[in-house]
Structures are given as structure tokens and as C-alpha cells.
Design a protein around this ligand. Structure first.
Ligand SMILES: C[S@@+](CC[C@H](N)C(=O)[O-])C[C@H]1O[C@@H](n2cnc3c(N)ncnc32)[C@H](O)[C@@H]1O
Length: 399
């Protein structure tokens, strides 16, 4: 049996070259977008694109960087051990040997998520029971750090059985990473902040200097808020905490010092370069919730909201203004208004001469009118169980 045992995390925090197997989780379909983001955050790292995420060997500081700086990652994990196990005694032995003391404080509770594929140990509940039991036995009787309050939320462990090989990973994020902390008010069918950030990222790649970034179906505002945050170079993880902050081996003071330094070293937006953002929605409750969300996100000076029916309203910018539209429109039974607002929007956008671009998260059928005019599908994903595409269109790319 071979166990992959990481060296002490503390070494990484003090700048050593200790490398960990790290994994950033993303919604399937968005891996290439996350890869591009990680390459910007960690230009030195060598990444491997996998289904549902990006893997790499990195230091503890890499983990911190992605935690604070990734707009697209949904989660972050560290691989703790990999070993062969086709019997329960092997599973228990391997699970006991992993270096849990680095990740789990005394008194911690654990919760495991198990997947089993083509393995003799195929019963996920039984696997979970053995792994959790081994971990708790290992932690039992460990002295509690003086002054340490045992965390109330369980630590999440990922167990993957594939071809009789068990891989154990520990969750480093805690709450999923789309929870930035600002969106306490949500409407119907909200897009996760991470997905809204993906739309915003594509938008920024389509147009460098929009006079207006507009979401005509803004709900409680995640697309315009995420876009304004990105344009303002505001770090998405700045206002939340992470599971790794509770790890016994995370050097609290070193992390705090690194965090302050890293945040200060991030690029400043050039004054005046954050474009005006506007979110409009037919539902007045969305408008007030959006305003409060934007305020909590700290982007209230660049993002405003108004009540408006996209089917009848004029475009909210001058004829010559460069316009970037980001949206996750209603479809099916969520459509409101007498006229189809999507058809009206399309007619207005396609007839513009000034620079105009659109990123839309919608079922493929709604993208067709734009596809005929040079639009392209950037990603195919599932949102709320429904297959949707991310469409990018710009009237500067029309053939
Ligand atoms: C899928 S939701 C958008 C959610 C949003 N992206 C978020 O994260 O909160 C669609 C929104 O379109 C709005 N809507 C429906 N018909 C509309 C219309 N005719 N004009 C403007 N907004 C409309 C709904 O009120 C709803 O908030």
C-alpha cells in the first residue's frame, strides 16, 4: 500500500517549495475559463484540466491566492492521500495513516462525500462509515490548542474510489465559493455568483471600454455586481472566511500578513475605467434587493438599478455609446409581459451600429438569432438542471 503524505503545511507558509496536490472545482463546461483565470493568478503553475475542475501541484500560498482571487472556482480541495484499497481493512488502514492532524483540529467533526466507480468497495455509505471512523479515532485524544474553540461546522472530506484506488481530499473552502457574502437577498432563479462571474469574464473579453454594462433581466443583480467587481479589481474572496483558516497547520499570523500584502499588491483599476453598470427588471422587488446587494458588495457607486419591462423599454444608452449586455433572461414560464422581451431586445441589439456585445446564459434555442450573425457558443453547461449555453456575440465580429 502506498500513501502519499504531504509534508507539513507550515513549511509552505514560510516560503518553502513544498507542493500539494490542489484541485479547484468548477461547473462542468467552464473548465477552460477557470484554467485561463488560474493561469493569470498563478503564472508559474502547471495545470491539468480535468472534468469538473483544474488540478495542479502548488504551495499553501497558491491555495490562498486562488481562495481569495478566483471568481469562477466553486470549491477548493487538497489531496491528502491516495492508496490501493479493495478490502475494508485496507481502507481503514490507509485512512488512518493520512496526515489529518494538519487539517482537522481536535474536537472537529467530519462529513464525507463518497463516490465509488469500478471498485470492489462500491457501497458508498459503508465506505463513508469506515473512513470517518478511522479519522475520528486518529483525532481522539489529541490535545486541544489552548484558547482554540472547536469549529461547529463539520469539515468536509471527499472520498473517491476508482479502480480500487482510494483518494482522500479535504475541502479547503468551507462554504461554496460562490458565497462571497454580499448576496443575502435573492429572487427567483438566481444565477450563482460564480456563474455570473463567468458571464462577466466573457463580457470583458468582448469589449474593452463599454460606456454601459447592462443586464435587462437583472433579478437581484449578480451579473452587474460581479462585472463591476471584476472591473474594479475587487477580490471575490476578500470578505469571507475559508475552512483552511481553521486547519491546525495554517499559520494564522503568517496567513494574515500574507493576505494584507497580497490584497495590497493587486492591480488598482485605472481611475474612471470602471464602466457604468445598470440592472433593470420588471419586478420592483428585485430592484431594491439588487441595490442592497450592490451596497454590500461595495460597488454601489458604479452599479444602479431600475424597474423596467425589457419588452417596451428603449435601450438605456445613447445611440453612439458602446453597449455590453450581460444577461440570464427568463424562459419558459418565467417570461413576463405582453410582447416577447427577448425578441425585442434582439431586434434592438442587432440593428445597432455603435459597438455592441452580448453575453447570454440561456437555452440554445434563444441563441440562434445571434448565431446567424456571428455569435458563438463559448460553453455548454447545466444550470438548475436545465442544459444552457453561454453565448457571446459582438457586432464587431459579424462576418
Ligand atoms: C432568470 S431570472 C434572472 C436572475 C438573475 N440573473 C439573478 O442572478 O438574480 C430572470 C429575471 O427576468 C425578469 N423578467 C421577466 N420578464 C421580464 C421583462 N419583460 N422585462 C424585464 N425583466 C423581466 C424576472 O423578474 C427575473 O428576475
Amino acid at each position: 500500500m502506498s500513501i502519499e503524505t504531504p509534508e507539513p503545511i507550515v513549511a509552505a507558509a514560510s516560503g518553502s517549495a513544498t507542493r500539494w496536490r490542489l484541485f479547484a472545482v468548477v461547473r462542468p463546461g467552464l473548465e477552460p475559463l477557470l484554467l485561463m483565470e488560474l493561469m493569470e493568478l498563478l503564472p508559474e503553475a502547471e495545470f491539468e484540466e480535468l472534468v469538473g475542475g483544474i488540478a495542479w501541484r502548488g504551495t499553501m500560498e497558491d491555495l490562498w491566492t486562488v481562495a481569495l482571487g478566483s471568481r469562477l472556482a466553486e470549491g477548493l480541495r487538497v489531496r491528502v492521500a491516495t492508496f490501493k484499497a479493495f478490502r475494508f481493512d485496507q481502507l481503514i488502514a490507509g485512512s488512518s495513516k493520512a496526515p489529518w492532524h494538519a487539517f482537522l483540529p481536535a474536537g472537529a467533526t467530519v462529513e464525507s462525500r463518497v463516490t465509488c466507480h469500478t471498485s470492489r468497495l462500491y457501497h458508498s455509505d459503508a465506505v463513508a462509515e469506515r473512513v470517518e471512523g478511522a479519522i475520528l479515532e486518529r483525532l481522539a485524544g489529541r490535545p486541544v490548542k489552548p484558547g482554540a474553540v472547536p469549529p461547529t461546522t463539520p469539515f468536509r472530506i471527499y472520498v473517491r474510489m476508482e479502480d480500487d484506488v482510494c483518494t482522500l481530499s479535504v475541502d479547503a473552502a468551507g462554504e461554496l465559493m460562490h458565497r462571497r457574502g454580499y448576496r443575502t437577498e435573492v429572487g427567483k432563479a438566481p444565477a450563482r455568483e460564480t456563474l455570473a462571474a463567468a458571464v462577466a469574464t466573457i463580457g470583458r473579453s468582448l469589449m474593452e471600454e463599454p460606456a454601459l454594462v447592462w443586464d435587462p433581466f437583472c433579478g437581484t443583480g449578480s451579473m452587474v455586481i460581479e462585472s463591476a467587481m471584476a472591473w474594479a479589481e475587487q477580490e471575490p474572496g476578500e470578505h469571507r472566511s475559508f475552512a483552511f483558516e481553521h486547519w491546525p497547520a495554517t499559520p494564522t499570523e503568517a496567513f494574515a500578513a500574507w493576505r494584507t500584502k497580497w490584497l495590497a499588491s493587486r492591480p488598482e483599476p485605472v481611475r474612471g475605467t470602471v464602466p457604468r453598470h445598470l440592472g433593470t427588471d420588471i419586478d420592483p422587488r428585485c430592484v431594491s434587493s439588487g441595490e442592497r446587494n450592490a451596497e454590500r458588495a461595495g460597488v454601489e457607486t458604479t452599479v444602479s438599478f431600475a424597474e423596467s419591462d425589457a419588452a417596451i423599454a428603449e435601450l438605456p444608452c445613447g445611440e453612439r455609446d458602446a453597449l455590453l449586455v450581460l444577461c440570464n433572461p427568463p424562459y419558459g414560464d418565467r417570461l413576463r409581459g405582453a410582447v416577447d422581451p427577448l425578441r425585442r431586445l434582439r431586434e434592438r441589439l442587432l440593428s445597432r451600429r455603435a459597438p455592441t456585445a452580448l453575453v447570454m446564459l440561456a437555452p440554445r434555442g434563444l441563441a440562434e438569432g445571434y448565431m446567424a450573425r456571428g455569435g458563438r457558443i463559448v460553453a455548454e453547461i447545466r444550470n438548475g438542471g436545465i442544459p444552457v449555453v453561454l453565448l457571446a456575440w459582438s457586432n464587431r465580429d459579424e462576418g
